[in-house]
Design a protein around this ligand. Structure first.
Ligand code: SAM
Ligand code: SF4
Length: 348
């Protein structure tokens, strides 16, 4: 295993060139996928027999670290590690500890977070907190064991609930993300929201997105959040909230539960004008837009003879090609093009 000592920090330059795209959007938020593998097989995310990448294609620990430092030097202030499932990568804690050092004064980073399915969080919550992580996003679509197994193809709900409890016990702020699925967790969503709020957790509902080939037809389970919201409106008093995360979510406050509820509706709403983020896959492909085809190969830059200069050029290219808006569509398979990559590549 590669030790932490290999990962040395470099100081943030005094006058960094910020990452600003053609539409005057400044990029301050990076989502970095550290692995394409996962211990679950959520039906909307990947097929049961997913082909994972050979190890040589995935960025090494040093490359991930170098990349993150390069972005921090250019003004990225918030870094989210994702996957696949980030906690199944064996050297993950080394990376988090090394990046955690950038949270110290003068380090440039303001927030280091993780998106996880929580199956391994019982083991990792405490060390993550010690490394500087304060918040985690946890994906949870149901509290029913059979439904969980139906969605993820794995019988792991007890571990996930233990992971959530451990994260809270370690003092991490937990936000839940729930993909709304017609006829699967649809009827349970109000109870799930009530449960999350009852425990002081924020929850965000997400519409299923057409990313990558999966075994099922996503259209069968596509549930517009407008209809979920109508149902919730009948049950509770929802007041639009001014809260913004810089991303696609729009929020409401729920009077009866005292909690905040987010809606991410990529297929029905336009949220691109304030976009402050970019994504990088575990192979170092930069996608300036989750819903676009544009990409820049940062791994080639990192593995070139002059990685620093090549990386700087690649980031400038990314700023030139970040599209104004995404072009998601969802329809019966075959009737409308979807994006060929899975969410486990870009991290979501
Ligand atoms: N494995 C981690 C997890 O599940 O939290 C991190 C990676 S996962 C790809 C990130 C998020 O993407 C999860 O909240 C998951 O529900 C969501 N996701 C995956 N495929 C999706 C799709 N096709 N449409 C909408 N959300 C999706
Ligand atoms: Fe794994 Fe997350 Fe994809 Fe589910 S959504 S299969 S947990 S990467």
């Amino acid at each position: 295993m590669i030790g932490m000592s290999v990962l040395t920090s470099s100081p943030v330059p005094a006058n960094p060139t910020p990452l600003v795209d053609r539409f005057a959007r400044t990029i301050t938020y990076l989502r970095l996928s550290v692995i394409d593998r996962c211990d679950l097989r959520c039906t909307y995310c990947m097929p049961e027999r997913q082909t994972f990448l050979p190890k040589a294609e995935v960025l090494t620990l040093e490359e991930l670290h170098q990349l993150a430092l390069g972005f921090i030097a250019r003004g990225v202030r918030k870094l989210r590690l994702t996957g696949g499932e980030p906690l199944v990568r064996r050297d993950m804690l080394d990376l988090v500890r090394a990046l955690g050092r950038q949270l110290e004064p003068g380090g440039g980073l303001e927030e280091l977070t993780l998106t996880t399915n929580a199956t391994r969080l019982a083991e990792f919550a405490e060390p993550l907190r010690e490394a500087g992580v304060r918040r985690v996003n946890i994906s949870l679509d149901t509290l029913d064991r059979a439904t969980f197994t139906r969605i993820t193809r794995r019988n792991s709900l007890p571990q996930v609930l233990e992971g959530i409890a451990a994260a809270r016990a370690a003092g991490l702020t937990v936000k839940l993300n729930t993909v709304a699925l017609k006829g699967i967790n649809e009827a349970e969503i109000p109870d799930l929201v009530g449960w999350a709020h009852g425990q002081g957790m924020e929850i965000t509902l997400i519409e299923v997105m057409p990313l990558g080939e999966v075994d099922e037809d996503r259209f069968d389970h596509y549930l517009p959040l407008s209809s979920v919201r109508e149902g919730l409106d009948k049950r509770w008093t929802l007041t639009p909230s001014a809260h913004r995360s810089g991303g696609p979510a729009r929020y409401v406050d729920v009077a009866e539960t005292g909690g905040r509820l987010g809606f991410i509706t990529p297929l029905t709403n336009n949220f691109c004008e304030g976009c402050n983020r970019i994504r990088i896959t575990a192979t170092g492909q930069l996608y300036p837009c989750l819903g676009g085809h544009e990409q820049v190969d940062l791994r080639a830059a990192l593995r070139s003879g002059e990685p620093e200069a090549a990386l700087a050029r690649a980031l400038d290219t990314a700023m030139r090609i970040k599209p104004e808006r995404h072009h998601f569509t969802i329809d019966r398979a075959g009737e409308a093009p979807h994006l060929p990559r899975h969410m486990s590549m870009t991290g979501g």
